[in-house]
Ligand binder design. Structure first.
Ligand code: SF4
Length: 410
């Protein structure tokens, strides 16, 4: 690592004058009067034989709003400087496109160490809402860059929790996707302030059952490493024979709540089967954020209504959006769309298949028949309202209803 030039400079760009300008700009880019009007009128709109129902809560959360405000403010305050962003500010292509157009340079994840090493103390680095790994933050400090840190407070509370696990010699079992920016940032904190902590990242219930078997009866260590290899799913020096003796559970903030709770239950049971009921060798802390929970709960509410299809709008790499899709597809035909353009015609919907991990095209007989239809719409925490508006207008347009008629009712 290069020798430090000047210490990292965390800068506060949220001055009242800057924020006034920024908020006006952010509203122009992402606000939707149509969506606000609909929300005020009970989130349902019916014109002729087409009904659209919106979930109660969807779209931008407080953490995302803050991150976007800060990124826009950084651009304004440092108009003459190079401004870099670690990866994506949030997982939404439209928002990231806007930032690129403003001259903010995104550094792809797999190039971050090499690119940050070339920066100077004249440069500004924006840390996204997911946070960043400690070794990257150290590297940024060593370059003396100015840092605009947009890490969400809810992500930082997970860090606090896993650091505590490390301090008390508990291994963090993190429910999340090992390659996701947030989980990578959290894993790095699970190493603790001295760097001697341990973690293991589990994604599926099958992963958890494998770990539970190991906790109860031990197993083949090499097979364990093989199963969790790649993407830094466990800490350096992790030994399942030693490091599953005392475990604390945490999770990526955007996971499916019901699955996270099940994972917590299974791990606790495994430790209690090995030790005894109420074993002190198990700790848990639910770190799913409030915004994720609200969006999941709101979708369950929406699904109580009769719907023919569900559209979930958002970036295909957005974790919390993908979980909304999982909830929907258990009950009805559900389409994960990036933008309104994915509704190419009455017959065809381009959407992301979560299971095959590819964009695909499906035929929707419900939309194309001119029978009465009710369409549910929701969106993850990283989706701006203007994209929801586009989707509502597109649905009505495909059903032969003009935007002006929709705006008149909303
Ligand atoms: S989804 Fe949750 S953790 Fe992520 S930015 Fe929003 S509030 Fe923060």
């Amino acid at each position: 690592m290069p020798a430090p030039t000047t210490p990292a400079r965390r800068v506060n760009v949220r001055t009242p004058e800057v924020m006034e300008r920024v908020q006006a700009e952010v509203e122009t880019h992402y606000r939707s009067k149509l969506v606000e009007g609909l929300r005020a009128k009970g989130s349902v709109i019916q014109i002729a034989n087409t009904t659209v129902r919106l979930a109660r809560d969807f779209g931008f959360c407080y953490g995302v709003e803050r991150a976007i405000d800060l990124a826009y403010a950084a651009r304004r305050v440092f108009a003459e400087r190079r401004v870099f962003l670690l990866g994506e500010i949030i997982h939404n292509p439209e928002v990231n496109r806007q930032l690129t157009e403003m001259g903010i340079v995104s550094i792809p994840i797999n190039q971050q160490e090499a690119e940050v090493a070339k920066l100077t103390n004249e440069d500004v680095v924006i840390v996204p809402a997911f946070g960043a790994e400690t070794r990257l933050m150290d590297l940024i400090s060593s370059r003396g860059c100015m840092v605009v840190d947009t890490t969400c407070g809810d992500v930082m509370s997970v860090w606090k929790r896993v650091r505590n696990y490390a301090k008390t010699s508990f291994t963090s079992i993190i429910h999340g996707k090992a390659s996701h920016e947030e989980t990578r940032a959290t894993s790095s904190r699970a190493l603790g302030d001295k760097g001697d902590g341990n973690y293991l990242v589990v994604l599926t219930l099958a992963d958890v059952d494998y770990v539970c078997d190991y906790i109860r009866t031990g197993g083949d260590k090499q097979a364990f490493y093989e199963r969790f290899k790649g993407a830094d799913a466990y800490s350096p020096g992790f030994d399942p024979d030693k490091h599953l003796m005392r475990i604390g559970v945490a999770n990526q903030t955007t996971m499916l709540k019901s699955e996270t709770e099940e994972i917590q239950r299974r791990l606790q049971k495994a430790v209690e089967d090995r030790d005894s009921v109420g074993s002190p060798n198990f700790q848990v802390f639910d770190t799913i954020c409030g915004a994720t929970q609200e969006r999941q709960d709101s979708l369950f509410g929406l699904l109580q209504q009769p719907l023919d299809i569900l559209l979930v709008v958002g970036g295909y790499n957005s974790s919390n959006t993908a979980h909304l899709v999982e909830i929907g597809e258990k009950q009805l035909p559900t389409f994960f769309i990036r933008t309104a353009e994915c509704l190419t015609s009455l017959e065809q919907i381009i959407h992301f298949d979560l299971h095959l991990k590819v964009e695909t095209t499906s035929y929707s007989g419900k939309l194309s028949s001119m029978e009465p239809v009710t369409i549910g719409i929701t969106a993850g925490a990283s989706c701006p309202n203007n994209l929801i508006e586009d989707t509502i207008l597109r649905v009505f347009a495909l059903r032969g209803i003009e935007a002006a008629s929709v705006r008149a009712v909303a």
